[in-house]
Write a protein that binds this ligand. Sequence first.
Ligand code: ADE
Length: 238
Amino acid sequence: MRFDVVTLFPDLLQVWAGVGVTGRALNRGLASLQLWNPRDYTEDVHRTVDDRPYGGGPGMVMKVAPLRAALEAARAAASGSRVAYLSPQGRVLDQAAVGEIAAAPGWILIAGRYEGIDERLIERYVDEEWSIGDYVLSGGELAAMVVMDAVIRLLPGALGHEDSARQDSHVDGLLDCPHYTRPEVVEDLGVPPELLSGDHAAIRRWRLQQSLGRTWLRRPDLLERRGLSDAERALLDE
Ligand code: ADE
């Protein structure tokens, strides 16, 4: 999976690209990341990347020319990639959307700043517009990192344990079950006996019950859409 990010703040992404599961995946070549700064494509002495909005109003808008030049450079380097713009006006992503994104060979992500980018750039160059939630960030960089993180951990070999991505919250439409590790007693709190039983069917049943219970209590909207599979019914009936 190839990622190219067009951003005025490449340093922000450099730090993220060096740490944790995603950093390791990038280091091992499971995914690649290239950064393109529109400021490097300006032609004036002030290296201007923004301008006042037509029609007036507060804030500034990212200018077409430097952004388009950075995007063209990214497109030349990443020929099979599609282009996505991160914005609160986009399709709100969920785990299913992340799965679809992970199936493409590569993405060029445009991280906007200020009030956003000139609409004509979106019209002409952007294939998809994505939001990471119904709230407004000061720029698209955090959103780009959120998307790349969620995608990279799905790539085969990215996680230490191959099952962990499959068992995550949301992957099967449910919230995750609680997790415990040693010691067996913390303050006055123990570990659910099912997890200590060594009975694998009992452990699977307990985890499913917890996932279902949590989803029912915290996110009934997810459960309504999903229902129960035959295998889950059978396990719960055991
Ligand atoms: N840029 C600013 N807010 C955003 C959001 N909620 N999602 C994606 N990109 C954004």
